[in-house]
Design a protein around this ligand. Structure first.
Ligand SMILES: Cc1cc2nc3c(=O)[nH]c(=O)nc-3n(C[C@H](O)[C@H](O)[C@H](O)COP(=O)(O)OP(=O)(O)OC[C@H]3O[C@@H](n4cnc5c(N)ncnc54)[C@H](O)[C@@H]3O)c2cc1C
Length: 154
């Protein structure tokens, strides 16, 4: 199928907290850099960056350096950065108009659930519920208007 899906890659850095009093207690968004800082138990995670296309294996050291800078700017000394640090590069699979595709592909036996972009985790349970209802031929609890692949066919 020809679906206009593009990976917008981003990064996260997760590290152990050195001093809990210096670390965030809830999520913080740096709107200038579009970077999120969040607390995960005894760890802190800083995430952001947007690269259109490219290769998931090649990490951009500049983008990672920005994450370290922002963590240091907002919460100086909060994390152990000498060991136990995880650097991650992931994809946000984007469609041109925003919402994901959830539903029939038009091919027999093939259903689609893709293109969730930067909210893939948050949308995962609802998308799975919608798809399960569609597969069973039930009237879905979640309105499926606007999630069909047909909207992207010219
Ligand atoms: C920087 C960043 C921040 C994000 N922040 C948020 C957020 O705040 N909220 C939110 O809801 N979502 C967020 N997302 C999106 C979220 O991370 C994704 O939607 C989610 O990780 C997708 O999960 P997945 O299991 O479908 O795919 P992935 O997590 O991409 O996992 C796919 C797995 O399949 C493996 N794989 C790929 N090809 C093959 C193959 N051929 N054979 C075997 N294995 C293969 C990969 O190695 C990978 O482990 C963010 C994404 C990024 C990049």
């Amino acid at each position: 199928m020809n679906i206009p899906l593009v990976a917008v890659h981003g990064y996260s850095v997760s590290a152990n907290i050195r001093e809990p009093l210096d670390a965030p207690r809830s999520a913080v968004m740096d709107e200038h850099y579009k970077v999120a800082i969040s607390r995960l138990g005894n760890r802190v995670r800083v995430a952001g960056g947007a690269e259109v296309g490219g290769d998931i294996e090649n990490k951009n050291t500049g983008a990672l350096a920005t994450l370290y800078k922002i963590l240091q700017d907002w919460f100086p000394g909060a994390a152990h950065l000498s060991n136990g640090v995880q650097e991650w590069k992931g994809a946000r699979p984007m469609l041109p108009d925003g919402p994901p595709i959830v539903g029939k592909s038009g091919l027999p036996g093939v259903w689609l659930n893709l293109g969730h972009g930067s909210s893939g985790w948050a949308l995962s349970c609802g998308s799975a519920r919608l798809l399960a209802d569609q597969l069973q031929g039930k009237s879905p609890d979640i309105d499926d208007a606007g999630f069909s692949v047909e909207r992207l066919r010219t």
